[in-house]
Write a protein that binds this ligand. Structure first.
Ligand SMILES: Cc1cc2nc3c(=O)[nH]c(=O)nc-3n(C[C@H](O)[C@H](O)[C@H](O)COP(=O)(O)O)c2cc1C
Length: 186
């Protein structure tokens, strides 16, 4: 797929088929994250890759918000936990760039995955303390995001239909609402 096509067709995937992700595909996905740009090239991101099905199922039970929220990751063949070491990144204008750096890197992984037909879904609704405890992540590391990766399943669960509808996932603001030319003019 051309990049334009990848961007136009990408959407969050919450229902996964049983088809495993090949090591060669996972390699492409991880490499896309590794090659991402970062402020001062600090590369503060660190990733934990879960591939063991029983570990993924158990992890899904431990990510911790309201029990069933985001439990759908239990059905994915791969889950990646995006972490960052804030001290390795930089702060400019009072803004923490570890979040920006890690988001760029993780999104590159997701776009690379989609170019292979592999879906993903950013997750922010997790309990960081529970995730940290379950995975043995030390205190100096923040958990920035989590995503399942897998081939999309045709049959959608009620949960994923509801999640998509709740978030209004097909809607985007109009260009005039987000872009102004030459100066701030909203
Ligand atoms: C930072 C971030 C956090 C998100 N957290 C969740 C989440 O916890 N659970 C979930 O099901 N979707 C989550 N999403 C997915 C959004 O709901 C989705 O991207 C949005 O509705 C647009 O839909 P689309 O990705 O299908 O285009 C998150 C997306 C982003 C970028």
């Amino acid at each position: 797929m051309e990049l334009h096509e990848i961007i136009l067709s990408r959407h969050s995937v919450r229902d996964f088929s049983e088809e495993p992700i090949k090591d060669s595909e996972l390699e492409i996905i991880l490499e896309a994250g590794r090659l991402a740009p970062s402020a001062q090239n600090r590369q503060c991101w660190r990733y934990i890759v879960l591939q063991d099905r029983s570990n993924i199922k158990s992890f899904a039970r431990h990510i911790g918000l309201l029990g069933t929220v985001n439990f759908f990751i239990a059905g994915a063949p791969v889950v990646i936990v995006a972490c960052a070491e804030p001290k390795r990144s930089t702060k400019l204008n009072g803004q923490d760039y570890y979040l920006v750096d890690t988001a760029i890197s993780f999104q590159q992984m997701m776009l690379a995955a989609w170019s292979l037909g592999i879906g993903s879904c950013w997750l922010a609704a997790f309990n960081e303390g529970s995730v940290r405890k379950y995975l043995g992540i030390p205190d100096n590391i923040r958990v920035v995001g989590i995503s399942p990766f897998g081939y999309p399943r045709d049959k959608k669960s009620l949960y994923s239909i509801a999640a998509k509808s709740f978030a209004g996932s097909n809607k985007r603001l109009a260009k005039e609402q987000i872009i102004t030319k030459e100066k701030w003019n909203f």
